[in-house]
Design a protein around this ligand. Sequence first.
Ligand code: GLN
Length: 281
Amino acid sequence: MKTVTEVLKSATARLEVGAVENPRLDAEILLAHVLKWRRLSLYVDAEKTLPLESILRFNELVNRRLEGIPVAYLVGSKEFMGLSFAVNQNVLIPRPETEILTEFVGEYLRGLGGEVNFADLGVGSGAICISMLKFVKSARASAVDISNEALAVAKFNASKFHVEDRIKFFCGDLLKPLEGQKFNVIVSNPPYIPTLELKKLQIEVKLEPQLALDGGEDGLSFYRRIISDAPRFLVDGGLLAVEIGINQASAVRKLFEQENFVDVTILKDLSGIERIIAGRN
Ligand code: GLN
């Protein structure tokens, strides 16, 4: 009979040998998932012995992790803004740096006060959009994605977090399905990795939907379309805020300026990388 401590120790060692980036953390998340425990309980009950069946299921997940499948897909969820979003292989796994975009836009909407609306282009799992609805109770959202499979995940999350009455879903290409509407804010974390670089990325990112990552030859093709179309869909003074990839800030700032956006602001992520750019119409 093996204890929690022993099981975690041997899995961590296997993951480490397999060059997994956060071996101990991944082992803990996977074991907590199998046992339906909180991660903290792995410490509180570290000396408990585990049933063989749980150990076998856990080892199976560790094997799949060693094949390169991200932990979030293995457990079917990912924490974002303190909420546990359902995810599957049809959506990009929400990244911690995207919380900066969400907080920034959330604060802006809260500052406007009253009835406010926003559009989220490429909603994916719904992480940005649903967190904002959760934190800004007076807001309504239009969520667009080109993938029906992704929209199914976002719809699931909208009901999980009880915001389905304040969100409308559209299947389509960026702003196209929103023709005729005006928003206080347009937010997007579009695909921004240059096509050739995407091919070089580690296996884990390759298992995520390429549709959510491939930003065309120079990584900027979605920004060109979003930024040139956005003014028609924004109220006067409305805000466009997007996440950007590494070294894209100056090119994207130029696109904002070409379309006469004002107060163009760039925010850095926790690693000091210019990650968010926003401007007012
Ligand atoms: N931040 C993601 C990555 O580097 C990319 C997300 C995107 O293309 N919007 O894997």
